[in-house]
Design a protein around this ligand. Structure first.
Ligand code: AMP
Ligand code: MG
Length: 341
């Protein structure tokens, strides 16, 4: 495996690698993706193998420009109203962390969509990702570049540490900006439905196209594996707590605390005898900004996971902006079975 810094030359090299069937991890604005040529079934099969991802979990096809949508999706198969809404979303929220579920073109291999008649498509808001996709076949399947169910990578070294030589090439573009995966929105039903909360808040989508159905509660049928109960999990057991509960915790050595905002940490510290320093105390956003918190989430979880703590207690994020996407990731991290390793 080679790690190459993002440059025009290295992107061109990586595009050639993709075209010859190799796997290239690359930065997007959400997290690092594990890229394979979207039309090459052998390369797609390797993505599932390398990630240890179940074959029933379909991949997102990444495109380089809005017009590239026709490579993967057939908008003519949508009802008129859904087609209009899809147009509005593409115009206003692409490039960006929004994945649309649309009717699939026949040319997209079954493996990419897990045999579904629909396909997930996204136009990433990252210049290196766009160049790479444009120079390859224009359609790159790219799930997050981590083993299935584990923490998503927001830095090149997260990819290296988790996948090592199982990936052929890593393009290093530094830390990702948004830090949580895309919002997955299904446009194929009678009304648009969020299958996974992510980098675009529900409020922004609704301001454009009107009400959308929100993510179903736990326990329903799995139509997007982002809904699987356990996912995005650190090795250290994690529990999720309401802010009031978090403030009342007693200090236990070996337990990490992940506060949403600086004020919550300060409130907690006032009741803890002794001045610290306490290892394993982290804050997602000092000011309590949900976008900043999302950008820090996986990086801080990776850090906490390396400290050898016996558990992590995490404070719930508020229910606006990227808060629901953060809570979704934390809830799934908390659902991990201790026996999973
Ligand atoms: P990942 O790329 O690992 O962040 O995950 C992609 C997400 O998109 C998963 O939750 C998939 O289940 C979802 N997804 C991809 N294709 C489809 C599809 N055709 N229908 C519903 N969900 C999909
Ligand atoms: Mg993933």
């Amino acid at each position: 495996m080679r790690i190459l810094t993002v440059s025009d030359f290295n992107i061109a090299l990586a595009a050639e690698a993709l075209k010859s069937g190799l796997l290239v991890a690359f930065p997007t604005e959400t997290v690092y993706g594990l890229g394979a040529d979207g039309f090459n079934p052998t390369a797609l099969a390797r993505v599932f193998e390398v990630k240890n991802r179940p074959r029933f979990d379909p991949l997102i096809i990444h495109i380089a420009r809005v017009e590239g949508l026709e490579l993967a999706a057939d908008l003519d198969l949508l009802e008129k109203e859904s087609r209009q809404k899809t147009g509005l979303l593409c115009e206003n929220l692409w490039p960006g962390p929004l994945t649309l579920i649309l009717p699939k073109k026949r040319e997209v291999p079954e493996l990419a969509t897990a045999g579904l008649a629909t396909v997930a498509v996204r136009l990433p808001d990252h210049p290196a990702a766009q160049k790479l996709i444009a120079l390859s076949t224009g359609a790159v399947a790219a799930p997050s570049a981590n083993p299935f169910g584990r923490l998503s990578p927001t830095r090149a070294d997260h990819v290296r540490d988790q996948l090592g030589d199982r990936v052929d090439l890593i393009l290093d573009g530094g830390r990702t900006r948004v830090g949580v995966e895309s919002t997955v929105l299904d446009m194929t039903g009678p009304s648009p439905r969020i299958l996974r909360p992510g980098g675009v808040p529900q409020e922004r989508i609704e301001a454009l196209i009107g009400p959308v159905e929100s993510p179903p509660g736990q326990g329903g049928p799995v139509s997007a594996p982002g809904q699987l109960k356990s996912h995005y999990a650190p090795r250290t057991p994690l529990t999720l707590h309401h802010p009031e509960e978090m403030a009342a915790l007693t200090y236990e050595a070996g337990t990490g605390c992940l506060f949403f905002r600086g004020a919550s940490r300060d409130r907690w510290l006032r009741y803890i005898p002794g001045a610290g320093p306490f290892p394993g105390i982290r804050v997602l956003s000092e000011e309590g900004n949900t976008s900043e918190a999302a950008a820090n989430l996986f990086d801080i979880l990776h850090q906490l996971d390396r400290l050898g703590l016996s558990r992590i207690r995490a404070e719930e994020a508020p229910l606006f902006g990227l808060g629901p996407a953060i809570n979704d990731r934390l809830r799934k991290a908390a659902a991990r079975e201790p026996s999973e390793d």
